[in-house]
Design a protein around this ligand. Structure first.
Ligand SMILES: [Zn+2]
Length: 70
């Protein structure tokens, strides 16, 4: 597996759905290629940030508070 293939599969999400052979190849590539290892870490950190952000912007807004009965 080449860096280009690895990055493409990772960023397109194909790696998650890939078969065992591809996942092993990806794992082996990460073991030998520090650039892709660093990229994977950054990508996962970014995914985490984006996920948190999308949950933040999709969270329902608090409805306007009704006047409380006294
Ligand atoms: Zn690589």
């Amino acid at each position: 597996m080449k860096c280009r293939d690895y990055i493409f599969q990772l960023t397109s999400g194909q790696l998650e759905d890939a078969g065992t052979a591809t996942q092993i190849a990806a794992w082996q590539h990460r073991m030998v290629c520090f650039r892709c290892r660093a990229f994977t870490r950054n990508d996962q950190a970014l995914q985490g940030l984006l996920k948190g952000y999308s949950e933040h912007i999709q969270a329902p807004q608090h409805p306007a508070a009704k006047p409380a009965d006294k």
